[in-house]
Ligand binder design. Structure first.
Ligand SMILES: Cc1cc2nc3c(=O)[nH]c(=O)nc-3n(C[C@H](O)[C@H](O)[C@H](O)COP(=O)(O)O)c2cc1C
Length: 436
């Protein structure tokens, strides 16, 4: 492992939208995450002052080292959002150039920047000049299936004065298909003058421990591994696998429930928000299959075979239906809540997969949920949801759509510039009238 480190951290809790909020970050910090990255914040909404959006970039009271992640296609918005992140206590700003979501890409942000070096330079310069704290960039291998631009983009970022590079070794088009290209990550890390933090397919502490002796990376960022097994950081620090029993996992959930209620409050709104978040989180936590039953640690790309619970609580952890989730949360100390927003479709999907004796595919369920997203949810989340859901939706070839979106991004960029100029002109006319 390279001796240099970014912000003094080696093991990062990666950015995970809808999950890596303050309560969850507090939990993984207790398990040993050196640094935590906030949920992705869309720069434009942050600048417009949305309370929910500002929360995303603020350091929480329990974050040890906190990175605020921003995304967007407008350098003015990015610079302002980065400045706000610095003001609200972030230790570093992470610029997301890996986000595959159409709603982000079509506005000239996220992964589209991997194939637009000129626009990328403008945005990197804007962010770098806006703050004095360290800045990092999150990239993928490329945009289209055959792309491999990670080295080129890493060089651009270093030249722009960026202090670290987070790489997920897959293209935007691949989503989560195939294995993460760790050879590429290592190669970029070898060539880089700044710390490179690798991420992708690190499902268990042993995956990280095996890489550590030879890696050129200065750190690792964990996403799905950590949201399924928050204790993965403890495994890394202790140097061995940990297989907590159902009771121990319930104690962990009870802590998360407590932190969630402390963050969102116990009034009706707080309870609803807590229930929504905890049910989403349980989509991942309930995926854990005890190693002592399976006989081995489940790799990221492998789906668990069906397994037989050894006791009643283990059986409850295995359930994926709404009532099972709520019962787990009740036992973990969540008070009775208003009608939760776990969708009926999930119950149906879980029920039908149970009928067919197959392990329910949580990603597919989430994808259906996402397609089913109500207008209220779309406004809540700015039409942005978890990547895993989008993966399933985007499984079909989207190259034609990408071309349209690229063109649309150009038009949106021009329109935003025109609107900004009009706003400047109007405000100077108004100042002229008020102060002739
Ligand atoms: C549900 C979900 C949400 C995610 N949200 C973000 C995000 O907001 N920003 C980001 O940079 N990456 C996000 N990612 C990607 C992860 O940070 C990570 O790069 C990717 O999942 C590969 O790592 P893994 O194999 O450890 O999951 C998300 C991934 C998942 C599964």
């Amino acid at each position: 492992m390279k001796e240099t480190s970014f912000v003094g951290a080696r093991f990062f809790m990666g950015s995970v939208t809808n999950i890596a909020n303050r309560p969850f970050r507090r939990l993984v910090t207790e398990y040993g995450a050196d640094a935590t990255i906030g949920e992705m914040a869309i720069a434009k909404y942050v600048v417009n002052g949305g309370k929910q959006d500002l929360t995303l970039i603020k350091r929480g009271p329990h974050d040890r080292i906190f990175g605020a992640q921003i995304v967007g296609g407008n350098p003015n918005h990015l610079a302002k959002a980065a400045r706000l992140a610095e003001k609200y206590g972030a230790d570093f700003v992470d610029f997301n150039c890996a986000c595959p979501h159409q709603s982000v890409v079509s506005h000239g942000g996220g992964a589209i920047l991997l194939r637009r070096p000129e626009a990328l330079v403008t945005q990197l310069d804007a962010i770098r000049q806006a703050v004095s704290i360290p800045v990092s960039i999150k990239i993928r291998k490329g945009f289209d299936e055959g792309d491999n631009v990670a080295q080129e983009v890493a060089d651009i970022a270093q030249k722009a004065g960026f202090n670290a590079i987070f790489i997920h070794g897959r293209t935007k088009a691949a989503q989560y298909r195939g294995s993460c290209d760790w050879e590429l990550i290592e190669q970029v890390a070898r060539n880089a003058d700044v710390p490179v933090i690798g991420c992708g397919d690190l499902a268990n502490g042993t995956d990280v421990l095996q890489k550590m002796p030879d890696t050129q990376c200065s750190g690792f960022a964990l996403a799905r591994g950590a949201i399924t097994k928050p204790w993965i950081f403890k495994e890394i620090h202790e140097g061995h696998a940990i297989d907590p029993d159902a009771e121990t996992r319930l104690e962990m959930l009870a802590r998360l429930v407590m932190y969630t209620l402390e963050t969102f409050g116990r009034d009706e709104v707080g309870l609803k928000k807590s229930t929504d978040f905890l049910c989403k989180q349980l989509d991942f936590l309930t995926r854990y299959v005890p190693t002592s039953i399976l006989g081995y640690e489940l790799p990221m790309q492998e789906r668990a075979p069906d397994w037989t619970p050894r006791n009643e609580l283990e059986a409850l952890w295995k359930r994926t239906d709404r009532d099972g989730r709520l019962e787990l949360l009740r036992r973990a100390g969540l008070p009775d809540t208003p009608e939760p927003r776990v969708r009926e479709v999930k119950k149906q999907s879980a029920a039908s997969s149970q009928d067919s004796q197959e392990a329910p595919d949580v990603s597919a369920i989430r994808a259906v949920e996402m397609l089913d997203t109500s207008t209220e949810d779309a406004v809540d989340s700015h039409e942005f949801e978890a990547e895993s859901a989008q993966d399933v939706i985007d499984a079909s070839d989207s190259s034609a759509l990408d071309a349209i979106c690229t063109a649309a991004a150009d038009v949106v960029g021009v329109l935003e510039t025109v609107i900004d100029s009009c706003a400047d002109a109007v405000s100077s006319v108004i100042s002229g009238i008020l102060d002739p």
